[in-house]
Design a protein around this ligand. Structure first.
Ligand code: NCD
Length: 311
């Protein structure tokens, strides 16, 4: 397998590397479930989490992932970093790299931030924890690990991705992963939330949610990324959006009794997803959160060159 030095996006990974990270994540699930949640895999390694955007799941799971594998983990958020004092992002990156961390995990509102910094950070590995509307690779690996618990293979499965496709880095990374891993994506959104070039990803595009549901093995709901919307006329109103694009019980029934419901979080109940659906037996949303820790353990271990996690 080609070694993985940085994780900028799904676009840089091949089938073998994705399978490897998902399988390694699978092997870490157990550590998170036992009472002593510690393995020595990353002893002596340093991980810095540098977050310039809000995050609950991603940031906490990277921190837990590093700590449970015995790495030294430092968290820096935008409000406490020197960029608030006028330091450039590149200078902040070079300053942190001078302290010789093994991995720098970065979340930033600007697409391409991780690639930009990579040229200045020497040997430090970079993990993209979400860059603007570009990519969010560890979320997709998390989703694939979650789906692996129910399905043996992704080959030929149909995932219907619904909501703000234009501004979603999760959507973009799934569009890339679907091609590599052989699953089919149906994309559902109002025209104002669909990127112009969407068809080139080879997905089926729908404006009518109900038409996309029959035959969906999973329905993946997305939050409206209002923080990235430059205008406020993408949808007429929240109520109308929920009626046309919200996942409710009636729609879930239309898809099928075994259809899985996924969401990367944070959820807006009553907007893209009805509360009873979010809490239903079909929902794997909290499993995604659990698997997020295991996948990030896998990514940190792979980048630091160690996948041996026996005590
Ligand atoms: C996503 C993100 O930040 O891109 N969330 C996450 O990482 N769990 C999606 C979102 O913010 O809606």
């Amino acid at each position: 397998m080609r070694p993985i030095h940085h994780l900028f996006g799904i676009a840089d990974l091949d089938h073998e590397q994705i399978e490897y990270l998902v399988n390694l994540g699978h092997s870490f699930i157990d550590i998170n479930r036992r009472s002593l949640k510690k393995a020595p895999t990353l002893r002596g390694k340093t991980v810095i989490n540098l977050f310039f955007e809000n995050s609950t799941r991603t940031r906490t799971s990277f921190e837990l992932a590093g700590k449970r594998l015995s790495a030294d983990v430092i968290n820096i958020s935008a409000s406490t970093s020197a960029t608030k004092k006028g330091e450039s992002l590149i200078d902040t990156g070079m300053t942190l790299a001078a302290m010789q961390p093994h991995v720098l995990v970065i979340r930033h509102s600007v697409s391409g931030t991780c690639q930009l910094l990579a040229d200045y950070l020497g040997d430090t590995s970079i993990v993209n924890a979400g860059d603007g509307a570009h990519e969010h690779p560890t979320q997709i690996l998390t989703d694939l690990l979650t789906l692996k618990q129910t399905w043996n293979s992704m080959e030929g499965k149909v995932i219907t991705l619904v909501g703000d496709i234009t501004h979603s880095r999760v959507a973009r990374s799934h569009l890339l992963a679907a091609k590599i891993m052989g699953y089919k994506l149906r994309v559902v959104a109002p025209k104002t939330l669909l990127p112009a070039e969407i068809e080139r990803y080879g997905c089926e595009v729908y404006n009518d949610f109900d038409a996309a549901l029959p035959g969906s093995d999973a329905v993946y709901m997305l939050r409206m990324q209002t923080e990235r919307m430059t205008d406020n006329c993408s949808i007429p109103s929240i109520r109308e959006y929920h009626e046309a694009y919200g996942l409710n019980r009636k729609r879930l029934n239309r898809a099928g009794s075994d259809t899985l419901v996924l969401h990367p979080g944070p959820m807006n109940r009553g907007v893209e997803i009805a509360s009873d659906v979010a809490d239903s037996v079909n929902s794997h949303i909290l499993s995604q959160v659990e698997h997020g820790v295991a996948v990030r353990m896998a990514v940190l271990a792979a980048l630091c060159g160690g996948d041996d996690h026996d005590e």
